[in-house]
Design a protein around this ligand. Structure first.
Ligand code: F0G
Length: 449
C-alpha cells in the first residue's frame, strides 16, 4: 500500500498560471488593502479560496454540455438530471436551483417562520443567513470537546445528541426542521458518521420533525464512512450514499461542490405538498421547475458530475491529496485543525501566530503572508469574518476538485514551511474601512508597524 496515489485523470485542456514575483505581490496586496477578495485571479498562482465551482469538468461532462436541451418546458436534460438525482439520493421530488443558497432560501421560506429554531451540527454561513432572514434562529450543536482544534476524532462533524434532545425538550413547538451538514464545512470539513445520522433521524421521527441534509459534500462524507466506520469498508459509495439519505426527508445541495460543476444546485423532498409550495416559489425567483435558474446543459453536467464524484478511485485521490497537504505541514509543526478535512485544510492561525492578538487578525495576517510569499490565495475564517464572537482564528486552504496536481500541492507545502520559519516577523493588521455586513468581503486593512 506504499504506492503513490496518482491523479486518476489525464489533462486534456489547460489554463495557464502566470507567475509573478514577490515584489509585485507586495504591491498588489497593498493596493488591495490586504483583502484577498480584492485581488484579480490573474495575480494568484495557486487559488485555494474555495472548492466551490472551481473544479475541472471531465470530458464526459463537456460532452453533456453539448447534449444540453434548452427547451423551456419538458427538457430532456431535466429528465436526465431528475433521474440521476432520484437514483442517487432516493427522494421523490427534485427541484433544480441556480446554486445551493437558492435551495436554502426556498426551503426556509416555506418551512420556517419568525421565532423558530433550526438546529444543525453546524450551519454554513449562507444557511444561517437564510434562516436569520426569516427571523428564525440557526443553532449549531457541535459537541464542546470538538471545539478543540487539536483533538483528533474520526467523526468530528457529528451533532451532539444530548444538546439536540435538550433543545427539543425545551422548544419542540418551535423546531420545524432539523438540518445536518455533511461534511461540516464551518467545523473543518469533518465528516458525520452513519450512526450519528441514524440517531438524529430517530429523534426527529420520534418528534415528527423533518430532517434535511445539506448535501454539498455528500460523496466525501460517504468515503470517510467507508474508511472509518465499522461495517462499511466493503460497501460501495453508492450504497453508503443511499443509506445516508434514507434517514432524511429531503436535502439541499450545491452542485458546485460534489456535483463537480461550475454552477447549480437542487432541493429534494418526499413531501408532495411542500414540493408544490416550493415549486411556486421557484417559478417566482429561479424559473420553471424543469430548469430552475440553470441552462439545460448545466443540468446534464451536474447529472454526470454527481456520479463521477462517487467514483472510489477519484475519492481515494481526492481525500488523500487533501490529507497529504495537512499531514506534511502538521509534521513540520504547523498547527492545523485535526484531523485533515475532506475538501480543505484549516491552519490554526491563533496557534501559528501567538504574538498577534485576535484584535489584529492573525488569520488575515497569515493569509496575506501566504499570498506575498507564494501567490497562494486562502481565506480567513476568524475574527475578520465573524467579529469578536469567532471561536477560532483559522485560515482555510480549500482544494478545488481535479484542478491542481501534486506538484502544485508540494509548492504550497514549501511556501507554508517557509512562512512558518519566519513566523515571528509577521505583523498584525488593522481595519481602516469596513461595511456594515459581511465585512470580510470588502473591508480595507493596513499593516500595524
Ligand atoms: N452549504 C455548505 C456546507 C457550503 O459549503 C456552501 C457553500 C453552501 C451551502 C452554499 O452553496 O455556494 O452553491 O450557494 N460554500 C462555499 C465555500 C461558498 O467556499 O465553502 P452555494
Amino acid at each position: 500500500m506504499n504506492k503513490i496515489i496518482i491523479e486518476p485523470f489525464k489533462i486534456k485542456s489547460v489554463e495557464p498560471i502566470s507567475i509573478n514575483t514577490k515584489i509585485e505581490r507586495q504591491k498588489i496586496i497593498k493596493n488591495a488593502h490586504y483583502n484577498l477578495f480584492s485581488i484579480n485571479s490573474r495575480d494568484v498562482i495557486i487559488d485555494l479560496l474555495t472548492d466551490s465551482g472551481t473544479g475541472a469538468m471531465s470530458s464526459e461532462q463537456w460532452a453533456g454540455i453539448m447534449r444540453g436541451d434548452e427547451s423551456y418546458a419538458g427538457s430532456n436534460s431535466f429528465e436526465r438530471f431528475n433521474k440521476a438525482v432520484k437514483n442517487i439520493f432516493g427522494f421523490e421530488y427534485v427541484i433544480p436551483t441556480h446554486q445551493g443558497r437558492a435551495a436554502e432560501k426556498i426551503l426556509f421560506e416555506v418551512i420556517c417562520k419568525e421565532g423558530d429554531i433550526i438546529p444543525s451540527n453546524a450551519h454554513f454561513d449562507t444557511t444561517r443567513a437564510n434562516i436569520e432572514f426569516q427571523q428564525a434562529i440557526a443553532k449549531d450543536l457541535i459537541p464542546d470537546r470538538f471545539k478543540d482544534t487539536q483533538l483528533d476524532d474520526p467523526f468530528k462533524g457529528n451533532m451532539d445528541i444530548e444538546k439536540l434532545k435538550n433543545l427539543i425538550d425545551e422548544h419542540l413547538d418551535k423546531i420545524p426542521i432539523i438540518m445536518m451538514t455533511i461534511t461540516n464545512n464551518t467545523g473543518g470539513g469533518q465528516p458525520v458518521s452513519m450512526a450519528n445520522i441514524r440517531d438524529v433521524s430517530d429523534i426527529a421521527k420520534e418528534h415528527n420533525i423533518p430532517l434535511y441534509i445539506d448535501a454539498c459534500r455528500f460523496a466525501e462524507n460517504a468515503y470517510f464512512i467507508k474508511q472509518r466506520e465499522n461495517g462499511y469498508s466493503e460497501q460501495s459509495i453508492e450504497d453508503i450514499v443511499k443509506e445516508m439519505f434514507s434517514y432524511a426527508d429531503g436535502c439541499t445541495m450545491s452542485a458546485k461542490k460534489d456535483g463537480i460543476s461550475n454552477i447549480g444546485g437542487f432541493l429534494c423532498t418526499n413531501d408532495e405538498e411542500l414540493s408544490n409550495r416550493k415549486k411556486d416559489l421557484l417559478i417566482l425567483t429561479e424559473g420553471f421547475p424543469t430548469y430552475g435558474g440553470l441552462a439545460g446543459r448545466d443540468l446534464d453536467a451536474i447529472a454526470i458530475g454527481l456520479r463521477e464524484a462517487m467514483d472510489v478511485d477519484y475519492l481515494n485521490y481526492r481525500i488523500n491529496s487533501t490529507s497529504y497537504l495537512g499531514k506534511k505541514i502538521h509534521d513540520y509543526g504547523v498547527p492545523i485543525l485535526m484531523p485533515p478535512g475532506g475538501h480543505a485544510i484549516y491552519i490554526d492561525a491563533g496557534l501559528f501566530l501567538p504574538h498577534i492578538p485576535k484584535e489584529e487578525f492573525p488569520g488575515q495576517a497569515l493569509a496575506c503572508t501566504l499570498y506575498v510569499e507564494g501567490g497562494i490565495r486562502s481565506s480567513e475564517i476568524g475574527s475578520l469574518m465573524f467579529g469578536d464572537n469567532s471561536p477560532h482564528e483559522l485560515v482555510r486552504l480549500a482544494i478545488p476538485r481535479r484542478t491542481y496536481t501534486q506538484s502544485h500541492i508540494d509548492y504550497v507545502i514549501e511556501i507554508i514551511k517557509e512562512v512558518y520559519n519566519q513566523k515571528e516577523s509577521i505583523k498584525g493588521l488593522k481595519i481602516i474601512k469596513q461595511p456594515k455586513f459581511l465585512r470580510h468581503f470588502s473591508a480595507k486593512l493596513t499593516t500595524i508597524k
